[in-house]
Design a protein around this ligand. Structure first.
Ligand code: CP
Length: 314
């Protein structure tokens, strides 16, 4: 199985078969790992370049761990320690790394569209690890995988995403993928952070917090992206949109609580909620490793199953 796309820049790059292949491979890799069997080093001899020009814990570390578990070497490039600081363009940096033999590029950048521009010039796969407020496709895939693991299907499920949607790339990629998988998606928050125009993307917009959470099968709480507020102050506006202990009694019996992380405890979500039995925040993180292994495996290797006894082993 090969993906129909060379790069993973947006959810729209993926065909339905690609999405299924990533989920199937992630499940298989997790099963191999939890049975303590050896994972075939399908990326042995490859070099993955991790270029993170914005802070990251989960995405950077899980892509690095994923690449290493598949046998690849990893080079980590941080803006502060690279020659970008001396005026080199990011494109020149990546072309130089490609000339050194890097076979896979994982790029996070504060400006929307940067991984897409780089991908147009490289011969090897580029993975968008988050570009500005635009997209974070691997996060959407791991979020959907986490829900599929719990529910079996997203068809007909109500997923409510709450907070600073306009500045958040996860919300946009989640919306796109969840809708494709048959879920209904509601965005909730105040007008400046959840503009009515987002309806055009296919989301239901709900301003009332209680209405938004009471019928949800899953609630995704987003961090306030104040680094993208360009001088505005929205802290007071967001106060009524915090998920607290009191709200737990309002939710559906089996409603799940999610967050892409990082969470700001006491800001968008109270600790007691983040740490409650309903929270699947750390399940998302765990699936992140296997989903990113699957992405690297399928993009970096071509046919992942050929000659791969361990991966074939269900
Ligand atoms: N969810 C997410 O992208 O987390 P990091 O910023 O820590 O990578």
């Amino acid at each position: 199985m090969e993906l129909t796309t060379r790069h993973l820049l947006d959810i729209a790059d993926l065909s339905p078969q690609d999405i299924s292949a990533i989920f199937d491979m992630a499940k298989r890799l997790r099963s191999i790992s939890s049975n303590q069997k050896e994972i075939t080093p399908s990326l042995k001899g490859k070099i993955a370049a991790n270029l993170f020009f914005e802070p990251s814990t989960r995405t950077r570390v899980s892509f690095e761990m994923a690449a290493k578990r598949l046998g690849a070497e990893v080079v980590n490039i941080l803006e502060s320690a690279s020659s970008v600081k001396k005026g080199e363009t990011l494109l020149d940096t990546t072309l130089n790394l490609q000339a050194m033999g890097c076979n896979l590029f994982i790029i996070r950048h504060p400006e929307s569209g940067v991984p897409h521009q780089i991908a147009r010039h490289l011969k090897v796969p580029v993975i968008n690890a988050g570009d500005g407020s635009h997209a974070h496709p691997s996060q959407a895939l791991l979020d959907a995988m986490t829900l599929l693991d719990k529910w079996g299907t997203l068809e007909g499920k109500q997923v409510t995403i709450i907070g600073d949607i306009i500045h958040n790339r996860v919300a946009k990629s989640d919306l796109e993928l969840f809708l494709r998988l048959g879920a209904k998606v509601t965005f909730c928050g105040p007008e400046p952070l959840v503009p009515t125009a987002l309806r055009e993307l296919g989301a239901i917009i709900e301003r009332d917090f209680l209405n938004a959470i009471k019928n949800a099968d899953a609630i995704m709480m987003l961090r306030m992206q104040s680094e993208r507020w360009s001088g505005d102050d929205h802290w007071e506006l967001i106060e009524p949109y915090r998920l607290t202990r009191e709200h737990l009694g309002v939710l559906k019996k089996n409603a799940l609580i999610m967050a892409p992380g990082p969470i700001n405890r006491g800001v968008e979500i109270e600790s007691v909620v983040a740490d409650s039995e309903r929270s699947i925040i750390l399940d998302q993180v765990e699936w992140g490793l296997y989903v990113r292994m699957a992405i690297l495996h399928l993009l970096g290797r071509g046919d992942p199953l050929r000659g791969s006894a361990a991966v074939d082993d269900k």
